[in-house]
Design a protein around this ligand. Structure first.
Ligand code: PMP
Length: 362
């Protein structure tokens, strides 16, 4: 099956696929956005047009993801990576942050916190192939925050349940699974995610933060690093990443018109079960990396029985227009990233390929 416009079956770990309808809308509106006489990229971030886009994106995200009113939504820049620094800068004055090391991104978040103050952060638990159980006993006394990476893009593990510890506020890097399933916001103090996997394109990072926690942030920071300053300036302290927020808004409109989060979550389950089903029924031909109880619905990681076979699997896939399936260089093997906008049809295509490849190489 050849896809529209010669597009390939792209399982990139991010930036990732965007629905064709959204790309079409961008194309249609590119030269003249809503009779403004210019593209969205050429107008002031303070124009009524862009304010409309930003406000609509905030409203839709709140509605679709069911974010309670006592949480604020910020659109920031600097990637998820800047949050690795902003979180300790804004909250170390309240107390210690414990980190759970479930992969390279989690470790990077910890390493950045250490640079701010190494006495105020520590690794409370770690595990690569599964999500560790975290209880009060895992934490040093006086810990005020717990930082987790809800989905581990490189290892392919994902929290199924989130840790709940009395008097400890949960902070989650949701860069690779935000908006992929319903969650209970009251379990979290802060959720952050850059947009380029599940929400659109790179350039904007969404931070969802409990209002009372926002009020307690360090107010004595350089403005660009301060949650309070960004909030007070409507996230327009620096010129907004207008195009990225525009695409985010289109993605949310698309979701609003296509089954909302309930349908999206169902699709994500169908997709992941389809691919794990092949791994589990392959008699060890495909070997999953993550423990079953910690498997990610977003990044399916596995290996074949030799590096040569992995390479062949990747090369022959490319001949069928299936691309970006090699594992991260720190992990190796194969990784199929099936974020929100990868269709069930795309997963059927790779499933069919996996079955044929197994039949001819076992
Ligand atoms: N956290 C996770 C879980 C990620 O997967 C990534 C990017 N792959 C990042 C953080 C870094 O995001 P950014 O490049 O937007 O800073």
């Amino acid at each position: 099956m050849i896809k529209n416009y010669g597009r390939k079956y792209n399982f990139s770990s991010g930036p990732s696929q965007i629905p064709l309808e959204v790309l079409g809308k961008i194309k249609d509106e590119l030269f003249n956005y809503q009779e403004s006489g210019m593209s969205i990229m050429e107008m002031s971030h303070r124009s009524k047009y862009f304010y409309g886009v930003q406000n609509n994106a905030i409203k839709l995200l709140r509605e679709l993801y069911k974010i309670p009113n006592n949480y604020e939504i910020l659109f920031l820049q600097g990637g998820a990576r800047l949050q690795f620094s902003m979180i300790p800068l804004n909250y170390f004055h309240i107390g210690r942050i414990a980190y759970i090391n479930t992969g390279p991104w989690a470790l990077d978040a910890f390493s950045e916190a250490k640079k701010v103050d190494e006495k105020l952060c520590y690794i409370a638990n770690e595990s690569k192939e599964e999500i560790p159980i975290i209880t009060e006993k895992s934490l040093i006394e006086d810990t005020k925050f717990l930082h987790i990476t809800s989905n581990n893009t490189i290892n392919g593990t994902q929290y199924q349940d989130y840790p709940k510890i009395k008097n400890v506020t949960l902070i989650a890097d949701m860069t690779s699974d935000i908006l992929s399933k319903k969650i209970n916001f009251e379990d979290f103090g802060i959720i952050y995610a850059s947009a380029q996997k599940n929400l659109g394109i790179s350039g904007v990072t969404v931070v969802i933060i409990n209002r009372s926690l926002l009020d307690k942030a360090n107010s004595d920071l350089p403005a660009s690093l301060s949650y309070i300053s960004h909030f007070n300036e409507d996230c327009m302290l620096a010129t907004s990443p207008t195009f990225s927020i525009y695409v985010l808004n289109l993605i949310l409109e698309y979701l609003n018109n296509n089954g909302q989060i309930e349908q999206l979550e169902k699709n994500n389950i169908v997709k992941a079960e389809m691919l794990y089903g092949i791994i589990d029924n392959s008699n060890g031909f495909y070997r999953g990396y993550a423990k079953k109880s910690s498997r990610s619905r977003m990044n399916i990681t596995f290996t074949l029985h030799s590096e040569e076979l992995n390479k062949l699997f990747i090369r022959l896939a490319e001949e069928e227009d299936i691309i970006n399936i090699g594992g991260h260089h720190k992990r190796g093997g194969i990784r199929l990233s099936i974020y929100n906008w990868i269709s069930i049809e795309d997963c059927e295509k790779i499933s069919d390929y996996m079955i044929r490849f197994m039949e001819s190489h076992k």
